[in-house]
Design a protein around this ligand. Structure first.
Ligand code: ARG
Length: 463
């Protein structure tokens, strides 16, 4: 042995010090220090379990807990000195613990490995991030419900192919957004079930020869159970992929909302006024009010989907069990969680201040012949086959376009020139109000149905 690298925690086997660049290249402490509190929480539970099983003494356990609590405070106060020499969050904390309490600090790692330690830390970390994300999601859902309630009977055009299709209520449109978020919420909770399983005890890959009690550690850390297979425990990152997939869906939904808000606030649509506090001006064009928040959220959806793909590719083809590749899981995960919290928060803050321009929405529905289907349905009820009715209404719409009138503005005599089945009562069906009110089955756009949907949504949210 020529040189002993005394800085390395696992140094004795090495004759040479780590290459200076490799040391920086392989270190993760710059980003994984975000899991410091979870690392400490996991270590305290581990020390308690080791003591319970007679592997550590109570004096050692107490010294470890006291030392770790001190380290926790140092980190919170920004006094902790992170060192790249100690590679990652786990070794930095362990090294500091040994500085503080001596030999007992060196015993903490008994019966565990960084492999099960890091797997535990990420799960704990993500569990608490998911709680915060869910809280923002619920705030947004509530904001949407409140706005929908105010606009259960505000009429607007509904679109397919971005062409006016049929009249709907703004409340109904908002409730479509609500439904997407409700599924997103469910997906996050579901992801938590599989995430909340405890890897500690798997050690490096095969388990440990100490008489440990994994149920105790699981309970101390609030996990539902210890994981079932040690190899899988240290190498599984499915939960991270599931989380990022659920996150990508949330962002995809937010990007769809964003797109609509951006379109609706344009001079061409002019359906809504966006709150000034969520928009910015242009440095050159004085008239501009740009919907920056929705645009940025729409943009950020791409980066979260990117993280999902990164994690899938990270895991693809990895042989069992732990590989250093897995260190690459953290940055995409952290960024996904941050992006979700920030975007949902911005939306939850913004939605209550969106003001719909009811008259513009109404006129736009009128201009688009949105009640054409209602006229066809009317003719069918009078005995005409649907395809023939479709044809007749097509002619009426053409007349409307040529003479710049809505269907409800065409005279009875003119309508009767297309079909003698049409009588005075037709006008009850050609109004926008009549059209939306007629769709009163569950899931329909009628104002009363929308109000019921909102009530039901409130009940399910409070469950
Ligand atoms: N920093 C590592 C990671 O993030 C911790 C686990 C390292 N384990 C090991 N055997 N090198 O995955």
């Amino acid at each position: 042995m020529t040189t002993v690298n005394s800085e390395k925690l696992s140094s004795a086997r090495f004759a040479q010090a780590t290459d200076a660049f490799v040391e920086v290249f392989t270190a993760s402490v710059d980003f994984d220090q975000r899991m410091a509190q979870q690392d400490i929480e996991g270590s305290i539970a581990h020390a308690k379990m080791l003591t319970h099983c007679g592997i550590l003494t109570e004096t050692e356990r107490d010294a470890i807990i006291q030392g770790l609590n001190q380290i926790s405070t140092e980190i919170i106060n920004g006094e902790f000195v992170w060192s790249i020499k100690q590679e990652d969050v786990h070794m930095n904390i362990e090294a500091r613990l040994t500085d503080l309490i001596g030999i007992a600090g060196k015993k903490l790692h008994t019966g565990r490995s960084r492999n099960d330690q890091v797997a535990t830390d990420i799960r704990l970390y993500l569990r608490s991030e998911i709680q915060q994300i869910s809280a923002q999601l619920v705030r947004l859902q509530t904001a949407i419900l409140n706005l929908a309630e105010q606009h259960a009977d505000t009429i607007m055009p509904g679109f397919t192919h971005l062409q006016v299709a049929q009249p709907i209520t703004f409340g109904h449109h908002l409730m479509a957004w609500f439904e997407m978020l409700a599924r997103d919420h469910e997906r996050l909770q579901d992801c938590c079930k599989r995430l909340n399983v405890m890897p500690l005890g798997a050690a490096a890959l095969a388990g440990t020869s100490y008489p440990i009690d994994r149920f105790m550690t699981a309970e101390l850390l609030g996990f539902s159970r210890p994981s079932a297979n040690s190899l899988d425990s240290v190498s599984d990152r499915d939960f991270a992929i599931e989380f990022t997939a659920a996150g990508s869906l949330i962002m995809m939904h937010l990007s769809r909302f964003s797109e609509e808000l951006i379109l609706w606030s344009s001079a061409q649509f002019d359906f809504i006024e966006m709150p000034d506090a969520f928009c910015t001006g242009s440095s050159i064009m004085p008239q501009k009010k740009n919907p920056d928040v929705p645009e940025l959220v729409r943009g950020k959806s791409g980066r979260v989907t990117g993280h999902l793909v990164s994690l899938l590719m990270l895991m693809k083809s990895q042989p069992l069990a732990y590989n250093k590749d897995n260190q690459e899981d953290k940055e995409p995960l952290f960024d996904t969680a941050d992006t979700l919290i920030n975007c949902l928060r911005a939306y939850a803050d913004m939605v209550p201040h969106i003001s719909p321009k009811k008259e513009n929405m109404y006129q736009s529905a009128k201009r688009g012949f949105a009640t054409a289907t209602d006229l066809a349905d009317y003719l069918v009820r009078k005995g005409m086959a649907f395809r023939d009715a479709h044809e007749v209404v097509g002619l009426a719409v053409r007349l409307g376009i040529e003479t710049q009138r809505d269907l409800s503005e065409i005279s009875l005599a003119e309508l009767q020139s297309f079909s003698t089945l049409i009588t005075e009562d037709v006008f009850g069906f050609l109004t926008l109000e009549g059209s939306v009110a007629a769709r009163c089955h569950i899931g329909g756009t009628a104002p009363n149905t929308v109000k019921t949907a909102i009530e039901t949504a409130r009940l399910t949210m409070n469950q």
